[in-house]
Design a protein around this ligand. Structure first.
Ligand SMILES: *Cc1c(COP(=O)(O)O)cnc(C)c1O
Length: 406
């Protein structure tokens, strides 16, 4: 095994898979730019390496929820356009303006704060007006839109802001044919038309998240914002598997088996004794628990590949560990237990864990805790360039300029 095999546990992040996923999504939404959504530490995969890999694969924008997440990308030296959308009073607006970050504005309070910060910074803020076209979460209601657009235009004419985008977010894009999809698109078109009539000239109009990018081509406009699909996970099992969309899971979560022992029939296992051995058997101790993001709701159910076979969590998931019943198999201590991954070795998927815990795969990967080291593999894009390399190993696109924008 490689040197990381001795770790208690690790989340292996395959950046070649991430880059290939970005390319697959760009091919699907050809003509639109791609924003790599790297909020929440890139859904648990590590924001900086994933953002860098996404840019290498042709993403032109990075998206985060909070301004602090966006500022961290700039602090790491990442270029490209960066946008963030979850603001609370107090900012940090000025830091974002000075770091050349596009900021989302959903209401008058935010516009007032960003205008004041732009005046203090002595440079215009790039703002994107967010429309609530039906999600009912963040964004400006259609009834409040005229006031927000007018005030933003006034600030633009005064030189304190540039309105770079008009955007919105779907509520039910993961349910193909849901009537809200067409309804939201209609409201969005109306709100864009209103703003453009008022003089707004957005660089980018955008609405599509991963499920819309996979299933609603009329939602592409100028840019698609992909999160979960970029990490190789299907937004919902009803839409299809990752492979159906040419996507490959990026994260593999594995641990070293910490103890294997023989126990008699009738032995209780883990807190509460919710599992009792039905016969003499072997138990394996897996050193991951709910502190690491293994859902306690998957107690008695979560699947794990150990010793060449799929096992289930026996009894409760505890804070730091859980147990699997090895059914008498002798598994070596220190051998690998794979909780989820791309499936090449027959290991479960993050989706399988989501099903076991009654949640969505987004939550499974995003919650993998800080105690689990991320181990990056295929960090340099050399591998996949081999496919395009000529006989002397020079990539075709190294000889051309400008690079192909698609
Ligand atoms: C998280 C998020 C996305 C990405 O959603 P996915 O379903 O993971 O692609 C896009 N837009 C906004 C506003 C988001 O908050």
């Amino acid at each position: 095994m490689n040197e990381t095999a001795s770790l208690r546990a690790r989340a292996e992040i395959d950046l070649a898979a991430l880059r290939a996923n970005v390319r697959a999504l760009r091919a699907r939404a050809a003509g639109a730019q791609l924003m790599a959504v790297v909020k929440s530490d890139a859904y648990g995969h590590g924001a900086i390496p994933c953002a860098r890999a996404a840019l290498e694969a042709g993403a032109t924008w990075l998206g985060t929820a909070t301004p602090h997440e966006a500022l961290a990308l700039r602090a790491a030296g990442l270029g490209g356009r960066v946008m963030c959308w979850l603001w609370t009073p107090g900012g940090p607006w000025r830091e974002a303006i000075e770091a050349d970050i596009d900021v989302s504005v959903s209401g008058m309070w935010a516009l007032r704060e960003v205008v004041a910060a732009a005046e203090a910074a002595g440079r215009p803020a790039r703002i994107q007006l967010k429309a609530d076209t039906g999600l009912g979460r963040n964004g400006c209601q259609p009834s409040d839109w005229p006031e927000l657009v007018a005030a933003a235009r006034t600030a633009e004419q005064a030189g304190t802001v540039r309105i770079t985008g008009l955007w919105s977010h779907f509520a039910c894009a993961d349910e193909p044919g849901h009537p809200s999809i067409a309804a939201q698109l209609g409201v969005y078109r109306d709100m864009v038309a209103y703003a453009e009539k008022a003089g707004v000239e957005p660089e980018v109009r955008h609405m599509a998240n991963s499920p819309a990018t996979l299933t609603v081509p009329e939602s592409y406009f100028d840019l698609v914002r992909t999160g979960i699909a970029m990490y190789g996970i299907s937004p919902s099992p009803e839409l299809g598997t990752p492979a159906d969309f040419g996507l490959r899971p990026v994260m593999t979560l594995a641990a070293s088996v910490a103890l294997v022992k023989q126990v008699p029939a009738g032995h209780g296992v883990s807190y509460g004794h919710h599992y009792t051995t039905s016969a003499e058997t072997t138990l394996g101790l897996i050193p991951l628990g709910y502190a690491d993001g293994i859902p306690r709701h998957a107690s008695g159910r979560g699947p794990v590949l150990v010793g060449g076979a799929l096992r289930r969590v026996a009894g409760r998931v505890a804070m730091d560990q859980f147990v699997v019943d090895l059914g008498g198999d002798v598994v070596e201590v220190g051998s690998e237990a794979v909780l989820f991954g791309p499936g090449d070795r027959g290991e479960p998927s993050a989706e399988d864990w989501a099903e076991a815990a009654g949640t969505i795969a987004y939550e499974i990967v995003t919650r993998i805790g800080g105690r689990v080291p991320r181990v990056y593999v295929n960090e340099t894009p050399a591998d996949e360039n081999d496919a395009q390399a000529g006989p002397d190993g020079i990539r075709a696109d190294e000889n051309e300029s400008p690079p192909d924008p698609t």
